[in-house]
Write a protein that binds this ligand. Sequence first.
Ligand SMILES: [Zn+2]
Length: 461
Amino acid sequence: MAEDFTGFAVDKSNPFLVVVQCLYMVADEAAIKAAAGSKGASGLRPCLRCNAVYGQQTNLRGFPSISEDDYRRFVIQSDQDVKDTMTFLQQHADRPTRLKEKLSGWHLVPESFVMDATCKKFLQPSRVQYDAMHIYFSNGIVGQELGLIFSAAMDAGLNQEALGNFLALPWAAPQSKKIAAFQLRELAKLLKRGSDFKGDASQTLHMLPLMAFFSSEVLSGIEALSLQCASLEKLNLVCLQIQASKQNAKAANGLSDAQRSHFQAFKAAYASEAARPKHHYAFHLEAQVAASACMLDCFTCERKNKKFISIAENIVKLQDFEKSVLLRWLEADAEQCLRLTEDMPDHEVLSSPSALLPPDVLGEHVTISKCMYCPWGTISAGDFFLEGQDAAYKILACMLRDGSGEVLALQHDRLLSRGPEMSWSKWSNGNRAVLIPVEIVMHMAAVSFACADDGQIYLLR
Ligand SMILES: [Zn+2]
């Protein structure tokens, strides 16, 4: 491969150069270990990005522990540092290297990309990204803390039925993340005393805002749980900031400080010994976003993988199999441009908005549906969005007018009470319908759960 690498060729018989400006590797920790040759979470030096050491190894002067919350103490390893380490290990390869590998945090693996002469020209250790999904939601920090606060609450005398009753309230999630009431109640069964919450990443994403609200409304009334409740509230704020930074990379500014504040609260509630390497890896996310200008995570990879499988299993001809899959995949992606769903009967859709809006507002060249696909996601009737503390909107219908997307929404403009950073909010009932361009809706905060209660509505972000 040439020194001035700019891409790679696909299709050997009729080569086509795919131009690449920048390569990043986003993966869970096991894949990073396997591809890079780093020691990972089980090693004395679990982090491939810095000099942190596992556990309470305070006797190693100059090497902060993974339970350190002052992220400014971590010394970042440059690509040159890693190169020097690998050269050193190679030079001593004829002698036992286990201790040297242990102290350096790297294995001598000739097949790894940091050793392979071709690979290391276009993928450097600094381009390996820790993944927010695996750090927080997939067997991550959130699952651990949900298990810990549940265990502490049971120890403090919580009746598990109280949590079951809370989850049985008529919570409504956005259509695109719909979860049935029985599935919601099932989430409580994934909490077991003495172990992590056992849900997958999307179940964990569902459970966090609900449990954070349950904690602030119910558990915070139990004095023995004040530290645990404070920690979960801060963890929820960190996760909201991560979600926001997927929409807008600038939202990641200050993430490390929010993580530090949470980590301090976590250690106060559960002791430093409960800290895991993922608490440490999390501190590298803000710098990653600053370098790549986006919050990369494995949710996208997993969605693509599911899409690939759903397309591939319907293709029976094996000739040009890859081309067929990629072509259909491209078509499916192209359909995600701004469009309305076509399967909604007009009379059903029109019954509510036409009652709220005079006909001349809608005009002639308007098509209406309950659901709209946009490049950044799906908006459906029944979904809620927050415009800071000023208003909450319930989507009534989606419409296309001359190629532009708009939503008809019921505006709730009286905020009655709220949690920090609008993590939860309570509004009086909506009183007027408004039309909003989708470009404005996409900058509003999405709501994870809504629950109507006696003329008022609770919204959880
Ligand atoms: Zn580190």
